[in-house]
Design a protein around this ligand. Structure first.
Ligand code: SF4
Ligand code: SF4
Length: 431
């Protein structure tokens, strides 16, 4: 296998079909933010192909600037009439840049932390403790520190559904509910929960809601030990060796467990499904990847069972790694439509990247905020204004939540399964 084949995961160059038509430009959030051709998919494809042909080096300043500025959102893929697999091309280019140029110190430190559970677990546990003091919500704002605090504050379970709607920050940190008692099907499907790192700490309430809503829809949810971070952040940064090491740990833990493997994080799900490619078509990794489903896919497959009415005005925002990478569009909407009286809307820009993109918002805060701004403006301009923005990815929940706080908008953020969980809780039928 040649180096190019190894990088691309096959014999053909995924960027070769580009005919430079430019249809992808209006779908690219960074091009819309800067208006610079080199910040567009078409411009980046020219740079990546020049890199592959060794016409420019990995130390080329323009290459570094414009490829680093790519969100990896893959919003350019579904609109491309030639079927350019932009994500595969970017993956290969970033791997080469990582090998030849390394990573900036901040990225190295953050990714190093995510590599070891002994580091990320205590850190996120401490962050949870800080979040519980209310200080991050108080310090949240528009500046760099304030926005970071807003992201932490936004990770909190923050909806409490009352008779008149949703209020912020009034819900206890963790709602203790009895085990769901859905109709158990004899020999019904079993599901291994992929716990993740951020989801198992800052968003444990979403993992709990995932478990309950699946059980209420007839699934048996299995706890599987020995899992870790999925490796998506490392893979996005080009560090495929670390991503592969983390993938091997998860494959060893999850192989043979359950009929399905469920995740509620779009970013994790996209890479978990792609473990076969990441591990060079290893059969066990491919088998694990083939069993992975987003929680919304499993719930939609089961129905899902309708819950009790919630009179809420909810805007759905589609995570890039769910809609573009996994091509899951309708399942989250089916989950939300199982809640009677919930008014569901898709606002302008709801299918555009929010600027979170893993650790991108940490490394390139100015561009991340520029990309987020049109989404926040659309939410602010909506009439009636939504009470909740819902999306199925932790980074998006934190980025949009922090943006709403920074804009002074009293709008909660929640994962779709949190809303379904609350709806089921109100059924009061043994849930
Ligand atoms: S990536 Fe696709 S849409 Fe964009 S310029 Fe190339 S062929 Fe056209
Ligand atoms: S992945 Fe996203 S940011 Fe990068 S070129 Fe495609 S649309 Fe633009």
């Amino acid at each position: 296998m040649t180096t190019a084949e190894r990088r691309y995961g096959g014999p053909s160059d995924p960027l070769a079909p580009c005919v430079h038509c430019g249809f992808c430009l209006p779908a690219c959030p960074t091009y819309l933010a800067t208006g610079d051709e080199a910040d567009s998919p078409r411009g980046r494809i020219v740079l990546m192909r020049a890199l592959e042909r060794n016409e420019i080096g990995a130390d080329d300043a323009a290459l570094a600037q414009h490829l680093d500025a790519c969100l990896g959102c893959r919003g350019c893929e579904p609109v491309c009439p030639s079927g350019v697999a932009y994500g595969r091309g970017l993956e290969a280019a970033r791997e080469r840049l990582f090998e030849e140029r390394g990573l900036p110190p901040l990225a190295r430190a953050v990714l190093g932390m995510f590599r070891h559970e002994a580091l990320w677990r205590p850190l996120f546990t401490a962050a949870r403790a800080l979040r519980a003091t209310g200080l991050p919500r108080w310090m949240a704002g528009a500046g760099r520190t304030g926005f970071g605090m807003g992201m932490l504050a936004a990770s909190r379970q923050q909806i409490r559904v009352g008779a008149t709607g949703a209020t912020r920050d009034a819900m206890p940190k963790h709602v203790t509910l009895s085990k769901a008692k859905g109709p158990k099907r004899e020999g019904g499907p079993t599901v291994a929960l992929f716990k993740g790192c951020v989801m198992d700490t800052l968003f444990r309430h979403v993992n709990d809601a995932t478990r309950r809503t699946l059980e209420f829809n007839g699934y048996d949810v299995l706890e599987v030990e020995g899992q870790g971070c999925c490796g998506a952040l490392h893979e996005h940064a080009g560090d495929r060796e670390t991503a592969a090491a983390l993938a091997r740990t998860n494959v060893a833990a999850l192989a043979g467990s359950g009929d399905y493997i469920v995740t509620n994080s779009a970013g994790c799900g996209a890479l978990l499904k792609d473990y076969g490619h990441l591990l060079h078509h290893d059969a066990e990794a491919a088998a694990v990847g083939a069993k992975v489903r987003d929680v919304s896919e499993l719930l939609a497959m089961a129905g899902p069972r309708p819950g009790a009415p919630l009179e809420l005005n909810v805007a759905y925002d589609a995570p890039c790694h769910l809609q573009h990478a996994q091509r899951v569009h309708d399942a989250p909407l089916a989950v939300l439509r199982a809640i009677p009286l919930l008014q569901l809307r898709l606002l302008p820009d709801s299918d555009h990247c929010c600027g979170s993109a893993g650790i991108y918002s940490l490394l390139r805060p100015a561009m991340a905020r520029a990309v987020l701004s049109s989404k926040i403006e659309a939410i602010a301009a909506a009439r009636p204004r939504p009470g909740i923005v819902t999306t199925g990815n932790p980074g998006c929940l934190m980025q949009i939540g922090a943006g709403l706080i920074a804009a002074g908008l009293d709008i909660a953020v929640a994962h779709p399964v949190e809303l379904l969980d609350e709806s089921y809780r109100r059924l009061d039928r043994g849930y």
